[in-house]
Design a protein around this ligand. Structure first.
Ligand code: FES
Length: 167
């Protein structure tokens, strides 16, 4: 484990390893239960730990719960068959099967930010002006996804025939 000695030197540090002889999983529920009502809770790590964290925080306001996945929560949606319109330039692109929106825009020379291409970093977030994204990211809350005002273009598909982005 990287930085273990440095962390131990800091004092009241606990280590939990579930994949070793005698290892034990961190019990997240009591930590969450002890947190103050206005607390913001942050968790990053492997998927089983994040699932336990999300279960423990299910009744919390989503705006106070923050997670960072190391791996995608879901596969990217690459069914294609819809049009992406860039509202500022008026350009339109047909998204074919097997390609993400991001890949199509990059191939066309459109300058957009991105990093992970897995739906877990948030770098490719774009504002949606119209259309209904098929969300596949681990960044947006359920409420944000339901509002259809933002989309991670590295992994999202589209439920409507056209998706208009503020680009
Ligand atoms: S590039 Fe990381 S979420 Fe899209």
């Amino acid at each position: 484990m990287a930085f273990r000695e440095a962390l131990e030197a800091m004092g009241s540090t606990e280590f939990h390893f579930d994949d070793e002889h005698g290892g034990q999983v961190l019990d997240i529920a009591p930590i969450v239960a002890d947190a103050g009502k206005g607390a913001h809770l942050y968790c990053c790590g492997p998927t089983p730990m994040l699932k336990a964290f999300e279960a423990a925080t299910a009744s919390w306001p989503r705006a106070q719960v923050h997670v960072e996945y190391f791996t995608p929560k879901q596969e990217a949606e690459k069914k294609g068959g819809f049009i992406v319109e860039l509202a500022r330039s008026g350009q339109e692109f047909v998204i074919p099967e097997g390609m993400s929106i991001l890949q199509v825009l990059l191939d066309a020379g459109i300058d957009v930010d991105y990093s992970c291409e897995l739906g877990i970093c948030g770098a490719c977030e774009q504002r949606v002006l119209s259309g209904i994204p098929e969300h596949r990211d681990a960044i947006l809350t359920e409420e944000e996804q339901a509002s259809n005002t933002k989309v991670m273009i590295c992994c999202a598909g589209c439920k409507s025939e056209r998706l208009v982005l503020d680009l």
